[in-house]
Each structure stands twice: as structure tokens, then as C-alpha cells.
Ligand binder design. Structure first.
Ligand code: IMP
Length: 188
């Protein structure tokens, strides 16, 4: 059994990762380090900068991730600003911005970095396409979960259990990529 740290202050993200990675025999511990999210053009750039900061603070292998919601009718907004926008206007604000919009296509994306004390950083991504619901639905999950319906389901992420969300989600896809690579290259 391998143990790595997942650097996040978000318990929901941690629980999703824990559930998924245990299926690969990888244990995760949550570490809530004080890393300020830098501004950058892409999620990959953001997470690479975060991972470099984390390397200075840790002597253990870790993962860290950054996610965003990209809405087609808003030219990809909120994207890398998803966290700020959520704090300011929440799901309600997004629904208002889309009140007259028929094409509600959107996708979630995660960029996940794995870091090692020797300085190595490797980045994985995952994306799920879907659409923005017309109203909030469901009590599970976190963030934009109540308004995102992944392709292949009629439920919002907030109406799903962690296991169901993991069948679809951007984060689960990035985590699976990571886990396969990790077991092949590091974890044997
Ligand atoms: P960050 O990765 O924590 O910076 O996430 C950016 C914003 O998107 C935050 O407001 C999160 O709550 C939200 N977010 C990230 N991942 C998800 C998800 O899987 N579902 C719903 N919202 C998410």
C-alpha cells in the first residue's frame, strides 16, 4: 500500500480522491497547506505553480489539483476564475447569466500535479462535458455541483453519490490517469 498526500482544503475533493484511489491501492492523507492560488491563463499553469510551492514545504510525495467550469455561451468563463466567481456570485449568479441562453453546454476540467521530494512534477488532466441545469438540484457535493449535468446522465453532480460522480467527473478522470501512471512508474 502506498500513501501520498493530497494538498487541499476542500473535504469534498479529498473524499472523491480517497474513494477512487483506494481502488488502485493508493492511500491518501489530506494536507491543508497554506498555498495561495496564483493567477495564470490555464489550469495546468496554476497547478504547476502550486506544486512548486508545495515542494518547498514538503518532504513527501503529494498530489494537488485545480479545477474549473468552462461555459460555452460565456466564452469559457468562469474557467480559471471559477473559485473567485463562485465566492462572488455562486450557482445562482451563473444561472442568472444564462437565464436567456439556450445552448447551455459546459465542461469541467481538472489539472492534477503529482510532486516528489526529488523535484519531479508530473501533470495529468481530466475533462467532462455536460450542460448547466436550469435550476439548482441536489444536496450532495460542493461548488457548482448542483448546476452541472454530465453527458450521459440526467442528474446533476449534487444528486449523485461520490461513487456515481466518480464515474463521470473531470477529477476522477485525472485521478485515474495519475493512478495508472503512478503504479507503473513509481509504485511497484
Ligand atoms: P478549485 O479547484 O478549488 O480552485 O475550484 C474552483 C471552483 O470550482 C471552486 O469554487 C470549486 O468549488 C469549484 N469546483 C471545483 N471542482 C468542482 C467539482 O467537482 N464540482 C463542482 N464545483 C467544483
Amino acid at each position: 500500500m502506498h500513501t501520498i498526500l493530497f494538498i487541499t482544503g476542500n473535504r469534498g475533493k479529498f473524499l472523491e480522491a480517497q474513494r477512487l484511489l483506494q481502488g488502485f491501492g493508493i492511500m491518501v492523507e489530506q494536507a491543508d497547506l497554506d498555498i495561495v492560488e496564483p493567477q495564470a491563463e490555464t489550469l495546468e499553469e496554476v497547478v504547476e505553480k502550486c506544486a512548486k510551492e508545495a515542494l518547498k514545504m514538503l518532504e513527501k510525495s503529494f498530489i494537488i489539483e485545480d479545477s474549473g467550469l468552462f461555459i460555452k455561451a460565456l466564452n469559457g468563463f468562469p474557467g480559471v476564475y471559477s473559485s473567485y466567481v463562485y465566492e462572488k456570485i455562486g450557482c445562482e449568479g451563473i444561472l442568472k447569466l444564462l437565464s436567456d441562453v439556450r445552448d447551455r453546454s459546459a465542461y469541467f476540467m481538472t489539472a492534477l500535479a503529482y510532486g516528489e521530494p526529488n523535484g519531479e512534477i508530473k501533470i495529468f488532466t481530466g475533462r467532462i462535458d455536460g450542460e448547466i441545469a436550469v435550476e439548482k438540484r441536489g444536496a450532495g457535493g460542493f461548488g457548482y455541483d448542483p448546476i452541472f449535468i454530465p453527458l450521459g446522465s440526467n442528474l446533476t453532480f449534487a444528486e449523485m453519490s461520490i461513487e456515481e460522480k466518480n464515474l463521470f467527473s473531470h477529477r476522477a478522470k485525472a485521478l485515474r490517469e495519475f493512478a495508472s501512471w503512478f503504479l507503473e512508474h513509481v509504485g511497484k
